[in-house]
Design a protein around this ligand. Structure first.
Ligand code: BES
Ligand code: MN
Ligand code: ZN
Length: 479
């Protein structure tokens, strides 16, 4: 993992990224006139925003801050630019880079360093020659008068948490079973300082979590239900927690409503990305010691078409006593989330946010560019979440949540069915979940951005860790 820290001054001969405006003189960095002319020509004649001067003993990189209409667009442009810069750093086998905030641009500097560290992520666990394949970059030092050590340490923490979340998503199910997932939560809780309790199958049966048990019927691996709790002494919401619920389907074959191969099943190890976002967020807020009481709930299982698997037509009694006519075994996410959302009621939460790779319809609606959002939280909370979404560039696209859609999940014989009509699939999934809440609630369908099949700048191929940076920002600013 790439360490990010604060430093007071540039040392001689070390590789540097100078973050500045295009009228910088470049006089103070020991460059020759030829070198300065080269940089100025790249900027003025060629209109380059990122310039790499390879002085052989070091790289001297200039990154212009290209001011856009909105601040969050400027910062995102810098995160993206960092991906190109990362390529230069890697090619030159640079191990330590110093990012210099020449113009006192705090947020811009953080964004650039963040993009650079996220671009440096790799998942090498299963590579025999992993030492040879490892990127050179080990640390990023920031020289800045506008940023304090705490701000930089928070960035370091949230980037680390995002990378851990990516790794959980990238782990295949032949390692990351539901049991293993909850063990990873326990390890992370110990390291960061939050409490983790794991319910086993027996306990889940005793609690009658019918949705989670039904999905698990086709699997030989037992389900788990994990409760993570971070409640610091100085929490601002001592009595009413904010609850994060994450879908923990460690693999989704579609069950007996089997997904067709090839293709549609290929990336389904990512179906626990919601849970990875939840634990990543708890890890980050605990390490950063944010004064906020947060609980994470993760129902986890794989979804398989084993011998006793639940089948279309089955009627399932859920944890809250409601019944569901199951009509598609591939609509498993809402079955397990419903039990977790109903369980959340006992905490009298201030706000519940669930994150789930829930529907292909969410991907069809907005692609991988953002998060499909809906829910019953008040407008102020929604706006705060949207602001955080813009700031970290994990944007929220709010869907309508009209009563009309409730009609589509009515069942002839049970309280509801787990399948909607041919359209508005992400909304009918949300409407299903809404039957299990009695508190302010938001549902984030992250099926699009959770896992990429091609690299998108600093969001690399594979798990993206989406949700961690968003929720950390929201909890930090609204504790
Ligand atoms: N895990 C999938 C959704 C998904 C699709 C995640 C693409 C990531 C990328 C979910 O369990 C699912 O299969 N949903 C079905 C629901 C349908 C049967 C109502 C879908 O969207 O097709
Ligand atoms: Mn499914
Ligand atoms: Zn699924």
């Amino acid at each position: 993992m790439t360490n990010i820290s604060k430093k007071s001054a540039i040392n001689n001969n070390e590789s540097v990224v100078l973050l500045c405006g295009k009228n910088n003189s470049f006089n103070n960095y020991g460059l020759s006139k030829v070198e300065i002319d080269f940089i100025k020509n790249e900027i003025n004649a060629k209109e380059k925003k990122s310039i790499c001067l390879n002085q052989l003993h070091r790289l001297f990189i200039v990154q212009l801050i290209d001011v856009k209409k909105e601040k969050y667009q400027t910062t995102e442009t810098l995160r993206k630019a960092s991906s190109t810069v990362h390529g230069w750093i890697t090619d030159a086998k640079v191990e330590n880079i110093t990012v210099v905030d020449a113009d006192g641009k705090a947020l811009e500097t953080l964004a650039f360093a963040e993009g650079l560290a996220l671009s440096n992520y790799q998942f090498l666990k299963y590579k025999k020659d992993r030492d040879k394949e490892r990127n050179s970059l080990k640390s990023i030092a920031i020289v800045s008068k506008s940023l304090n050590a705490k701000q930089i340490e928070e960035l370091n923490i949230v980037v680390e948490a995002t990378c851990i979340s990516r790794t959980l998503v990238n782990e295949p199910v032949n390692f990351l079973t539901a049991t293993q997932l909850s063990k990873e939560f326990q390890k992370m809780g110990k390291e960061a300082g939050f409490n983790v309790e794991v319910f086993n199958k027996e306990k889940i049966k005793a609690l009658k979590m019918g949705g989670l048990l039904a999905v698990n019927l086709g699997s030989i691996e037992p389900p788990t239900f994990s409760i993570m709790e971070y409640n610091p002494k100085n929490a601002k919401n001592k009595k009413q927690p904010i609850i994060l619920v994450g879908k923990g389907v460690v693999y989704d074959t579609g069950g007996v409503s089997l997904k067709p191969t090839p293709n549609s099943m290929d990336m389904m190890k990512c179906d626990m990305a919601g849970s990875a976002a939840v634990v990543g967020t708890l890890y980050a807020i605990a390490k950063a010691k944010l004064p906020v009481y947060v609980i994470g709930l993760v129902p986890a299982t794989d979804n398989r078409p084993g011998e006793n698997a639940y089948v279309p037509g089955d009627v399932i009694t859920m944890y809250n006593g409601m019944t569901v006519e199951m009509l598609n075994a591939d609509a498993e996410g809402r079955m397990i989330l419903a039990d977790a959302l109903a369980y959340a009621q006992k905490y009298n939460p201030k706000l519940v946010i669930d994150l789930a790779t829930l529907t292909g319809a969410a991907v069809a609606a907005i692609g991988t560019s953002g998060i499909v959002a809906m829910g019953t939280a008040d407008e102020r909370t929604k706006n705060k979440l949207k602001q955080s979404g813009n700031a970290v560039f994990e944007r929220l696209a709010e869907m309508p949540f009209w009563d009309d859609y409730d009609e589509l999940i009515k069942s002839d014989i049970a309280d509801m069915k787990n399948l909607g009509g041919p359209y508005a699939g992400s909304i009918t999934a949300g409407k299903f979940l809404a039957r299990y809440i009695n508190y302010p609630w938001m549902h984030f369908d992250i099926a699009g951005p959770a896992f990429l099949t091609t690299k998108d700048n600093y969001r690399l191929k594979g798990g993206t860790g989406v949700g961690v940076r968003l929720l950390f920002d929201f909890l930090k600013n609204n504790a």
